[in-house]
Design a protein around this ligand. Structure first.
Ligand SMILES: Nc1ncnc2c1ncn2[C@@H]1O[C@H](COP(=O)(O)OP(=O)(O)OP(=O)(O)O)[C@@H](O)[C@H]1O
Length: 297
């Protein structure tokens, strides 16, 4: 598989503060890499370095085998980028902004752009100052997704979007992956990353602490459960697949590894269940606990 992004031992400091201590990972053609980490972990700094906006202090960073800082102009012709927050010209209409971006970028597919305007239910006639955060975000998303690029970089792309629109975004990412594009998706939203990413890279305090496929990152294939029964569920303590168990009266909340679901369910079936709820844990629940000890937002 061809390597589109290659980051090796990237280091970056702001004054005395070392924001990136050691960042190494790759993104291949046809691969979606989910880039996860708590606030302040270094995701945006890594992305800004990739875009050639920041000069690194150490390490090697290439896109299409070219140095991201010295060859930024050439690289940018073949990449599309969506920032977490989109600032647009207040007095321009959404449609005019999209048209301007298309002119500046040259490689925008206008039919695709029209299709995306419909899919995202985007009203092109309003002035930008009247748009909500989510609508401003749609401008960046439509513009990037309509661009014919080889690499797509999304930095918290769906912040401000409602679930229906998140779904539109997810389908577009699947389309790009099928077409063999490389995609770097930075996000706080574990469920979004889980749905899309082939590989997950987790950064904390400027260092990569985990890297692998969803299957490999066992900690992510857990569910958060809350069970209320007629009697106390002390038997749960015996299961190695159960962690962070908290028992309050007859209600137990805990994290359950997917691998242990069958055994725990068999046990629960022998109890008189009053209420049971399952949800995927948030990123914070999974990683703050597991990797505590560092700076947290
Ligand atoms: N220009 C800057 N000057 C000084 N410190 C900075 C600068 N940019 C980022 N930092 C610091 O570097 C660290 C990493 O920030 P970064 O924005 O990369 O985190 P992030 O993972 O993108 O977080 P978030 O999810 O909150 O956006 C933070 O502690 C931040 O305060």
């Amino acid at each position: 598989m061809s390597e589109i992004i290659k980051i090796e031992n990237l280091k970056k400091s702001f004054g005395k503060f070392q924001a990136l201590k050691d960042v190494t990972f790759t993104v291949n053609a046809g691969e979606v890499v989910g880039f996860l980490g708590p606030n302040g972990a270094g995701k945006s700094t890594t992305i800004r370095t990739l875009l050639g906006l920041l000069k690194r202090d150490g390490g090697t960073v290439t896109i299409f085998n070219q140095d991201v800082f010295t060859a930024a102009d050439t690289i940018h012709e073949k990449i599309a980028y969506v920032p977490g927050e989109t600032n647009v010209w207040d007095n321009m209409r959404g449609g005019d902004i999209l048209a301007l971006f298309a002119k500046l970028r040259k490689n925008v597919n206008l039919d695709k752009q029209a299709e995306l305007i419909k899919a995202f239910h985007f009203d092109v006639n309003k002035k930008a100052k009247a748009y909500s955060k989510g609508n401003k975000q749609k401008i960046a998303l439509i513009s990037a997704l309509a661009t014919e690029a080889d690499l797509y970089i999304f930095d918290e792309p769906t912040s401000g979007l409602d679930p229906l629109m998140e779904n539109v975004f997810q389908n577009e990412v699947k389309r790009l992956k099928k077409a063999g594009k490389a995609i770097l998706l930075s996000s706080h939203i574990l469920s979004e990353v889980e749905k899309l990413a082939d590989t997950i890279v987790i950064i904390k305090n400027g260092e990569i602490i985990e890297r692998g496929s969803l299957q490999e990152l066992k900690s992510i294939t857990q569910s958060k459960m809350s069970v209320t029964t007629k009697s106390e569920l002390t038997g749960l303590r015996e299961f190695s697949s159960v962690s962070q168990l908290q028992i309050s009266g007859n209600t137990a909340t805990f994290l359950l590894d997917d691998a242990g679901v069958a055994a725990v369910m068999s046990y629960l079936a022998t109890q008189e269940i009053i209420k049971i709820a399952t949800q995927k844990p948030t990123l914070d629940e999974l990683f703050m606990d597991k990797y505590e000890g560092g700076e947290q937002a």
